[in-house]
Design a protein around this ligand. Sequence first.
Ligand SMILES: Cc1ncc(COP(=O)(O)O)c(C=O)c1O
Length: 665
Amino acid sequence: MEASDSKHPGTPTSSVSGNGHSSSFSMNGPSSSPSMHGVSSKFTSIRGPLEHSLPFHPLPLHATHAQENPHYGTYSAMQPNSHHHPNPAAIVRENPAHASEHVQVLKKSKKDFQPYHTFLPQHSSHERNMEPSPAAVDIASQSPIQKPIPSVNLPAQSSWHGIINAQQATQSHANSGVPNLNSSRPSAFYDPTQAADLAARRLSVQAWGNKQLPHVDPHLWVIMEKEKQRQCKTIELVASENYTSQAVIEALGSHLTNKYSEGMPGARLYCGNENIDQIENLCIERALKAFHLEPSMWGVNVQPYSCTTANFAVYTALLQPKDRIMGLDSPSGGHLSHGYYTPSRKKVSGASIFFESFPYRVNSAGYIDFTDLERIALTYRPKLLICGASAYPREWDYSKFRDIADRCGAILMCDMAHISGLVAAQQCNSPFQYCDIVTSTTHKSLRGPRGGIIFFRKGQKRKSAGDDADHYDFEAKINFAVSHSIQGGPHNNRTAALAVALLQVDTPEFKAHICQVLKNAKALAAALQKKDCKMVTGGTDNHLMLWDLRPFKLTGMHFEKVCEKSGIILNKNAVYGDSGAMAPGGVRMGTPAMTSRGCLEEDFEIIAEFLYSALQIAMKVRNEQGHSQKAFLKGLQDNEEIEELRARVEKFALSFEMPGLDKGA
Ligand SMILES: Cc1ncc(COP(=O)(O)O)c(C=O)c1O
């Protein structure tokens, strides 16, 4: 609650706000100084009873300045969690030496009138103590996990929500019963109606920007809540998915999304990027550290929106249209962004539309066929040789790739999207030892926000066929390709979230987590193999495995659907020798997500039991309904065995908390 200074009636002197931000309002005059806030700012106030229900508290920008400015250093109101206002009256009272300076500031601020200001939503004590409004209760009760959102209760009638026009604002002002602060000013300069009109306009704009999601868009919010519920209740085995941390989610959902910063740190198209530069440089520093790279030998671009974009930026930087690239074929586990033509020659990704793709494949045992790779590479001499995949369960022999790349004069790039968490935790071979460029997603085994990243070599160049250059020239080309050839402004909230994730990656806890991911993958594969299920290559070296379902005369699609209905999420995947994307003969499963939820080996043995039950159901439905997709899907409807399995899966899944859920901590 606010109290009035008796010497200066109506001037708020202190307040307690739930979010720790102090508030200072003045109807007709500026109440905050540039020296305190760093900006010419004026906080609108309709004082009196109404003030208590205003939904905004100013950003505590003054806190920063307080720390820098010795004049205000001891003033408790300057601290972010202070329960006081940094208001002029209090400053004058507590520190008369600065009163004249403050008055100067007030005069200046009046001239530099700003129409709109920056505010935070109110979480004030009086609001929190209010009974939830029926609307809020109604929305909260729709939450499938029954978690009411804190601090979203609509204020009662007669509060700020009611102020939508000048007349009402004037009335509110009149009703407040507080003497007019402007009464001491020449009346020629004060028009109450106009002032109230301005106040009303400000309030309505501020209200627009400060409402919380459940109020603004309850329809979307309920869907989001349902998705949260789905994520909690299912067993997530998609090898490329994960649960990021609460800290990453907080950075993602932050005000950093507001800033445009096209360009690179220190060289942006727009001003005002000093903090964004710091964030991006911090992210760069942490990326190099997390992957154990020497900054004189490696650089990194942290701006790509995704790994597909990162890969395309590399091609744009280093290749000409129609140049040859060579990556693992999609049906062999490669990613579309490494180039792919369908059997009917359809060019699926930008990589195959703009470049000539010469893919290599896995052999019948499921391992990279290096004999074939070498033959194709030396015949067609690609300019870029790509290693890395979406569905390859074994180690990569980067030295063999390097040898072949050198012999055909290719740049060697690794897309470590799937295994970057393993690389950072040093739990698999490192592509950095042999490759020139390394790209990755940041959200798979790395557990960061969605996005991409590009590492490139710098400094003295290693010699390769047909290349006499002494130094790598990747840095400028790649940076320019990302910003400006492929992308515009980086998503600064994501960059910050990535910086957080990389800090978390660079810890013993993350290493232990990745070790557990690997143990769990081995445990899951072994448990299924004990039940005569066939894993491609006979197992796994990393976080994923491919289950060949053809011995059971099932397709990946059949099994994927039964699993989905039973609450187990995985994906169909091609296995060597099947007809590829048309009827993949297997499924891909990974352990990062459920490991992030706390599952250990014994839990994955239970998951193997669930999968085996799903397999029995799939075979039964197939026997009863036949192979046609339509008939098979019909057999899954109202299937009691699926319902029973789903109940068991849900119970199991719910016993492992989903990280990143707002626990209000
Ligand atoms: C090897 C590989 N590269 C690139 C990608 C694409 O990543 P993004 O979705 O970030 O574009 C994937 C996605 O699964 C992948 O597995």
